[in-house]
Ligand binder design. Structure first.
Ligand SMILES: [Zn+2]
Length: 422
């Protein structure tokens, strides 16, 4: 008699067309964020599929979040299929919001077109194919007539692309995802079908304002030019800080290789006293710039911020009349799945079975793992799903059908193992 895992793998192959069709169905709902279009429609589309696959449904509007408005409601959906017991519980989470299509497409970004073994569309790889992989992994187990020893949950959540506060963070804050309830979390984000993603770097997003003194533009010597002072900040960052950051390398396998180093990007700058878009003929008394510092788990947030303050204070010591303010806009701490986590070993075994290879990576940018680890307190969380990271947010985004099917198999085998189903 065929083993459970053989039956599940055969089952996934039999479900392939349905998994592709469901991915296309989701792509055809343009859940564009910002501002958060059609979330209710997409949550209900996922909900109907989960219900058809034997899940109990709950819908969670993100009550209390400022971004949850009548025009753009934030609706999350969670399905639960309990097996013989409540635990072990494996939660599969995917965000269904997508970034705007942007320019440069050669196919309709909202058609969900399948061509040459690829499913095209905005959100195909990031990450509606991942949601389909989760749903059909669970469905292949059910259609093989296997009752899980534990429980599988699948959630479709909002706003990952804008921080996830009304999505996974909301579910974690309201204990729907929690360490008492949830044993393992797999987020099928696209970080290559043969790679398991064990976390991400930290983010320190901050604004610096240099403060000058206004004067007539014809007599700049009577004032202090805040833009001049900001240019000193940029110069020191370029000359002193950037080379130091480039010299720091994390032990965590962040991809692509450039992101294994600490980085800093200047996101934007504005200064002067523009009135209705027209610049006054004055010495700039203010200049603001926004910075995006990605820090390594080895650096930590406190040292990262201290280094910025030291650079600014160093300028203040050297440059007469240099005054600044700094404002933290967002801080995300790095996360890393613990060594020896069962969720990693289960996926590794499944990957070897399905694709004959596996590897660990970490993400250059953050994703919802931070909320699972930090708010819900569930350490055993990874990202694993179909799709190529580099295609996310690009024109002509696609997910390979073979990727979708392989990831569905891998997730199904991991769910069997993690729930102790034999
Ligand atoms: Zn994503």
């Amino acid at each position: 008699m065929a083993s459970l895992s053989d039956r599940v793998l055969t089952g996934v192959d039999a479900l392939a067309d349905e998994a592709v069709a469901f991915t296309s169905d989701m792509i055809r709902v343009p859940t564009v964020n910002p501002p958060g279009e059609l979330y209710d429609d997409c949550a209900r589309l996922i909900g109907r599929k989960l219900q058809a696959c034997g899940f109990e449904l709950e819908y969670y509007p993100a009550e209390g979040c400022p971004e949850h408005t009548p025009a753009h409601p934030r609706i999350n959906v969670v399905g639960t299929r309990r097996g013989r017991s409540a635990h072990p519980l494996v939660h599969l989470n995917g965000h269904f919001d997508v970034v705007p299509a942007g320019a440069g497409w050669t196919v309709d970004p909202w058609s969900g077109e399948v061509r040459d073994g690829r499913i095209y569309g905005r959100g195909s790889c990031d990450m509606k194919a991942g949601i389909a992989a989760a749903v059909f992994a669970a469905e292949a187990i059910r259609r093989a007539g296997i009752e899980l020893n534990g429980t599988v949950e699948i959630s479709g959540t909002v706003d990952e692309e804008s921080g996830g506060f009304a999505g996974v963070a909301w579910l974690a804050e309201h204990k729907r995802l929690s360490k008492d309830r949830t044993d393992f979390v797999i987020i099928p984000e696209p970080l290559y079908v043969d790679r398991i993603c064990i976390g991400h770097r930290g983010v320190y997003w901050f604004e610096v304002e240099t403060k000058g003194r206004i004067a007539h533009g014809s007599m700049p010597f009577h004032g202090v030019n805040a833009i001049d002072h900001m240019s000193i900040v940029f110069e020191r960052i370029r000359r002193e800080l950037q080379p130091r950051l480039a010299g720091r390398t994390t032990e965590v396998p962040v991809i692509p290789p450039g992101a294994r180093h600490a980085t800093l990007n200047i996101n934007g700058v504005n200064g002067g006293q523009p009135v209705d878009g027209i610049q006054t003929p004055c010495v700039a008394d203010a200049c603001r710039a926004v910075f995006d510092r990605r820090f390594l788990i080895e650096e930590g947030f406190d040292a990262t911020k201290a280094e910025i303050l030291e650079l600014l204070d160093g300028i203040a010591r050297d440059v007469p009349d240099f005054k600044y303010d700094i404002r933290d806009l967002m801080v995300v701490h790095p996360t890393r799945t613990p060594d020896g986590s069962p969720v990693v070993s289960a996926l590794e075994r499944a990957l070897h079975r399905v694709l004959g290879r596996s590897g660990l990576v970490a993400s250059p940018g953050t994703y919802d793992q931070k909320h699972v680890a930090r708010i819900a307190g569930v350490p055993h969380c990874v990202a694993y799903g179909p799709g190529i990271l580099d295609l996310a947010h690009q024109p002509d985004e696609y997910c390979g059908v073979d990727d979708l099917i392989a990831a569905t198999k891998v997730i199904a085998l991991a769910v069997l193992e993690l729930t102790g189903t034999e």
